[in-house]
Design a protein. Structure first.
Length: 238
């Protein structure tokens, strides 16, 4: 136990500040964020239709959904309702957008849901195991985020969580009115998010990120100003 606590307490203030800033920046509800989510879900939908594991894994590599989940956990740890609310909004909007993209792609490309349901994404995983995977991945992701030398492992962690395939499956199943599959995929997606948030809350608490509360709030204000400025420039460009 002492070794574990030493690992968590060995993080410097600079590392914590850098991680918090990166998390806020990467989870910002900008158009490019939602574009990447749309492309990732579209790619996952193609992978499901083609029954191609390589394409599905590729979709998880480009998906940025891990960041708003962890920023939600950060908002809970520092008791910042504004950050938590923004993260929830980003997650909700990204999820709805992903479902719509997947449903449209399924209709356009005539994906057959009956050929997809036996896939191992849903046939061999119980809800409890899905949560265990999400908790483990959430612990690894939040720890790696704060440790600079480990941050390059985040893409691999994103693959292990597998948030994009169930999200894509929700839209795909909706297009074919397969409500049983919709509920199963949605349950796995939500339980993945819950597991990630719970694990990240524990890790961020042990690492003392509450002490970075003022830095995080300042970064939030800066990010919001940047988004407003970008919105004004976009309007002028029109």
């Amino acid at each position: 136990m002492s070794i574990v606590l030493t690992l968590f307490n060995s993080t410097t203030g600079g590392d914590k500040s850098r991680a918090a800033k990166k998390l806020i920046e990467q989870s910002s509800p900008r158009q490019d964020f939602f574009l990447m989510v749309s492309l990732a879900v579209l790619m996952a939908t193609f992978g499901l239709i083609l029954d191609s594991m390589a394409v599905i894994i590729g979709s998880m590599l480009i998906a940025p959904l891990l960041y708003p989940v962890m920023s939600l956990a950060l908002g809970i740890v520092i008791t910042d309702a504004k950050l938590a609310g923004r993260s929830l909004f980003t997650l909700f909007k990204a999820s709805v957008l992903g479902i719509v993209v997947s449903a449209v792609a399924t209709v356009v490309f005539d994906g057959d849901v009956l050929a997809i349901t036996p896939m191992s994404w849903f046939g061999s995983k119980t809800e409890l195991i899905s949560v265990a995977v999400a908790v483990t991945a959430g612990t690894a992701a939040s720890f790696a985020l704060i440790k600079p030398k480990l941050s390059e492992t985040l893409p691999g962690i994103a693959i292990s969580v597998a948030m994009i395939p169930p999200l894509a499956t929700v839209g795909l199943a909706m297009a074919w009115l397969s409500w049983d599959l919709v509920m199963r995929a949605l349950l796995i997606y939500l339980m993945n998010i819950l597991g990630l948030v719970l694990a990240s809350v524990v890790v961020f608490s042990l690492m003392g990120l509450y002490g970075q509360r003022n830095v995080i709030k300042k970064e939030m204000g800066k990010d919001e100003k940047d988004m407003k400025r970008e919105a004004k420039l976009a309007k002028r460009g029109r």
